[in-house]
Design a protein around this ligand. Structure first.
Ligand SMILES: Cc1cc2nc3c(=O)[nH]c(=O)nc-3n(C[C@H](O)[C@H](O)[C@H](O)COP(=O)(O)OP(=O)(O)OC[C@H]3O[C@@H](n4cnc5c(N)ncnc54)[C@H](O)[C@@H]3O)c2cc1C
Length: 262
């Protein structure tokens, strides 16, 4: 894990609120895994001072490129959206523990809300490469925000879309949808990102059905090196004792059964 300057190959607005960036990763020495992230300097100016964390959205080994999908939220991401093709991006990473992909013959379930899909898309890409089928539930405010649906379908994933706009993204509707999917497919493992509400639901269902599940957690980060303790969360360790962990260092991916979701 170290800093590098990678050339931006494109940085385009893909919907009202989301941007998609492709960088040349040929200079990157480290192997990048789904679920890991980079801490990115959004501009050369003094403000925003802190780097911002972004998951890896797509890993293209053949082309030696990496892709990011990001929601323009505040100062950092607004500045990032101004970065132009040909400029270099100051990145630190890859950081953290990625997903453990089960390699049996079943299907994996992905449950993502909003920009959480940016984190799970790389996993769907890796699953497709290993011949593992994935089924995804994508939840968002509106259809406009369901950006990665086609990308996932391109990996052969079955995609179910739910939105606040259509009124089918509430917990009870998603519960029914998940029950239906679990009857239809032999779900071997489940992965989630982007919503505590949906993660709690998945935590309950996977515990009942004894399905292995993981969550990628997101929190404001400072150093992303495990030093500042800005991004802590509570987990129960394997003996069931409560423990405070750093999302940047011990995560961002954790076994879902261990995470305390408040
Ligand atoms: C592991 C991980 C992966 C992520 N992946 C993605 C992704 O793929 N796509 C995506 O869109 N988003 C992702 N996010 C969320 C993304 O990092 C935030 O949306 C982004 O940092 C917002 O920055 P901003 O300046 O635009 O917004 P703001 O809301 O303005 O920034 C956040 C605010 O919090 C402040 N802040 C940040 N860190 C701290 C801190 N440690 N202590 C105090 N204040 C702080 C900032 O200074 C800023 O004011 C991820 C987050 C994590 C933790």
């Amino acid at each position: 894990m170290k800093t590098a300057k990678l050339e931006v190959l494109s940085n385009k607005q893909v919907s009202d609120r989301y941007w998609h960036m492709v960088v040349d990763a040929s200079e990157l020495q480290a192997e990048v895994k789904p679920g890991q992230f980079f801490n990115i300097r959004c501009g050369d100016e003094y403000i925003p001072l802190l780097r911002r964390p972004f998951s890896i959205y797509q890993i293209n080994k053949h082309d030696q490129t990496l892709e990011f999908l990001y929601l323009v939220k505040g100062k950092g991401t607004q500045r990032l959206s101004l970065v132009e093709r040909g400029e270099s991006l100051d990145i630190f990473g890859p950081i953290g523990r990625g997903f453990k992909l089960q390699t049996g013959h079943g299907t994996i379930l992905l449950l993502a809300r909003g920009v959480g899909i940016a984190t799970l898309a790389a996993l769907a890409q890796e699953a497709a490469k290993r011949g593992i089928r994935s089924v995804a539930i994508l939840s968002a405010r509106s259809k406009n925000d369901l950006l990665a649906a086609e990308v996932l379908q391109g990996f052969g994933a079955g995609v179910y879309k739910v939105t606040d706009e259509e009124g089918n993204s509430d917990v009870s509707s998603v519960t029914m949808l998940m029950e239906k999917i679990m009857q239809e497919y032999e779900i071997e493992a489940a992965y989630t990102c982007g919503s505590k509400r949906l993660s709690k639901l998945l935590q309950n269902l996977t515990a009942q059905k004894q399905i292995y599940a993981e969550i990628a957690l997101e929190e404001n980060m400072g150093c992303a090196m495990g030093v500042c303790f800005a991004c802590v969360c509570e987990i129960h360790d394997t003996e069931g004792s409560p423990r405070t962990v750093r999302i940047c260092k011990e995560g961002p991916v954790f076994a879902l059964e261990q995470v305390v979701l408040t």
